[in-house]
Design a binder for this molecule. Structure first.
Ligand SMILES: [Zn+2]
Length: 619
């Protein structure tokens, strides 16, 4: 009605006069991303934003949710031009912050047109056949307004014939053009799109589950989309198990966005209603497919509850220019890293043996594989996360430590699970904690923040214990030993023997690691030399290349043979290493034979690990 409209206008005028530039928030920003040249690694963006005369500051997203650091790809933003009423408006970058742009909007300009390209880095998000679009790569936003108060109307133009998957609500589609419903900036950035020539969606909603769950898979070939019925069943189980442990969902529906390619970066990024996971092209065709899905997709799915819904207050910021404090990443990532594999085991993606081998590999990596823990406590691996790049680059990882709050969080929270069981005399479990902490009602995507004190309080309500001292002791420890209390409380211990590890892929243990102490590639390149190990003592360092073994040209098999034979051999292993352009002979005094980590049963203690990993959802 006209009357109603009139009253609204008065109200808007009043608000404008009261709140100044935040009034921008009430108006919709339109963003069109033209991805038709994605095969040439160029995304073109056209943004139209309501403005008023005067200074205007725009940001390019800097602190990316889930990435925990100021790593927005600003260097890939190119061709930036602003116009108002057809006239160019000059811009200047902030002298102290490369993500900030300053403009002066002339009188009479109501709408700002921004045109720019996002140059996709090679081997990251796109190939000739597919693309993953994370909207933070292609968006600009006005300064100082919470992302949840800014409304965007996004459009995506895909290459002809490509299909797509996303949790972003669609308004309409015309051929290769998608128009999405207006949405807040935080939900836009939280809702990536996968698109590709080869696409398949698979419904993985369990029977009786009212909320829809699906997989949206894009791949570099049609053949790579062939997910086995067994994996489909296991993924459906995963959804059912998540319902059991958390008791509630905090999304409208859920999409597992999976990109399969050897030419994208391999990682996962969590969102409230989806996850962006990227794995090698033929992952689904391998016998280890369950392990790969359980290792990545299960983790990212758990994040919808732990990380997106329940989020450390220190990691919760109103918009992407504001720095995050990363001290509670051992809760955000560590608990997720415990629950992901646990649910993978409950859903059958991991066998019980694979779950144990997985825990053994972590315990070994953080024990004998991490002398750096003698100077750098777990707490510091979280505190120092923001932008220092500790987690990247492989050289000397054992001594400097990387993002250990993931893996060590896994052991830490396993110990929490066993303490809850012990202190409650078997009446309560980690499931009771998850139900209380991550449950509640489903209001769609929302954030409920927590502090360390609140976390401790919630644990105490499930099982009274001195949780504060427990966490402080574990977080500040500089013991050389990995915290294996959870494994031991559960009736198991870590042991090394000559039997190779039964898990494949990223978690598999090379024969060189816990024997002579080297992480070494198939071509002989040394990526890590464990400080204090026999190879390290013999002078082998990260960055050297092993060229020869006992007088013969290096192959992995030859070194493998030499390590196996070392037990019966009184002679040392001789390695010929290339250091820049000099050769160096390193004499490795090692006689321990092959050594791989496993979990073995501790006599006389009940097996609680098996109990924890049993399915709960009656599959
Ligand atoms: Zn994570």
């Amino acid at each position: 009605m006209a009357w109603f409209r009139f009253r609204s206008l008065v109200l808007v005028a009043l608000l404008l006069s009261m709140v100044g530039r935040t009034a921008l928030a009430a108006e919709t920003i339109s963003l069109t991303v033209d991805a038709t040249r994605t095969q040439r690694k160029i995304l073109h963006a056209h943004l139209v934003m309501p403005v008023k005369a005067g200074p205007l500051t725009l940001y390019y997203p800097k602190w990316i949710p889930g990435e925990h650091g100021p790593d927005g790809p600003i260097a890939n933003l190119s061709g930036l031009k602003f116009e108002g009423n057809g006239k160019t408006i000059p811009w200047q970058r902030d002298l102290l912050d490369a993500f900030t742009f300053h403009l002066e909007i002339p009188d009479g300009i109501r709408k700002l047109d921004a045109n720019y390209d996002y140059l996709e880095p090679d081997g990251y998000s796109s190939t000739d056949k597919l693309m993953v679009l994370e909207w933070n790569d292609v968006v600009l936003y006005p300064a100082d307004t919470p992302a949840e108060k800014l409304t965007y109307e996004a459009k995506l133009i895909m290459p002809q014939g490509w299909k797509f998957g996303t949790s972003l609500p669609l308004a309409n589609q015309s051929a290769n053009q998608l128009s999405f419903k207006p949405i807040s900036l935080d939900m836009l950035v939280d809702s990536p799109v996968v698109t590709g020539e080869f696409y398949r969606n698979i419904d993985i909603t369990p029977k009786g589950e009212p909320i829809h769950h699906q997989m949206d898979i894009v791949a570099d070939s049609e053949a790579a989309l062939a997910m086995s019925p067994e994996n489909q069943k296991q993924m459906t189980n995963l959804v059912a198990e998540s319902g059991k442990i958390f008791g509630a969902r905090h999304y409208r529906d859920y999409h597992f966005l999976l990109a399969l390619s050897d030419h994208v970066a391999h990682f996962g990024l969590e969102h409230h209603e989806s996850n962006d996971s990227r794995l090698p092209e033929r992952t689904l065709l391998l016998p280890s497919s369950g392990m790969a899905l359980g290792g990545l997709l299960s983790h990212e799915f758990v994040h919808s509850w732990n990380g997106k819904y329940r989020r450390p207050a220190d990691l919760t910021v109103p918009y992407y220019e504001q720095p995050m404090k990363t001290d509670l990443l051992w809760g955000y990532e560590g608990l997720t890293d415990f629950l992901g594999p646990l649910l993978a085991a409950r859903s059958g993606l991991f066998t019980p043996e694979q779950y144990r081998e997985y825990l053994a590999s972590i315990a070994a990596q953080l024990g004998p594989g991490r002398p750096g823990r003698t100077w750098r406590p777990l707490r510091d691996t979280a505190d120092a996360e923001s932008g220092l790049g500790f987690g990247f680059g492989r050289g000397w990882l054992n001594w400097k430590r990387g993002t250990d709050y993931y893996d060590e969080g896994d052991l830490l929270w396993l110990e929490v699970a066993t303490i809850i069981h012990r202190e409650s005399h078997g009446k309560k479990s980690i499931d009771d904690f998850c139900l209380a902490f991550h449950g509640g009602s489903n209001n769609g995507p929302e954030v409920k923040t927590y502090t360390l004190d609140e976390l401790v309080g919630d644990l105490n309500r499930v099982a009274p214990f001195d949780w504060a001292t427990f966490f402080h002791t574990r977080l500040d420890s500089t013991s050389a030993e990995a915290p294996v209390g959870g494994i031991e409380n559960a009736g198991w211990k870590v042991a090394f023997n000559a039997e190779p590890s039964k898990i494949e892929g990223r978690r598999s243990t090379p024969n060189t690691l816990y024997s002579i102490g080297l992480q070494i590639a198939a071509d002989g390149m040394v990526s890590d030399s464990i400080v204090g190990s026999p190879a390290y003592e013999a002078g082998v360092s990260s960055g050297m290349k092993i060229m020869g073994v006992n007088g013969r040209v290096f192959t992995s098999d030859l070194l493998d043979d030499a390590i196996k034979a070392s037990k019966e051999n009184s002679q040392p292993i001789t390695l010929l290493a290339l250091v820049e352009d000099y050769f160096k002979t390193c004499t490795v005094n090692y006689h321990g034979g092959a050594r791989y980590p496993h979990l073995v049963r501790e006599d006389g203690r009940p097996d609680y690990l098996d109990e924890l990993a049993k399915p709960r959802a009656g599959q």
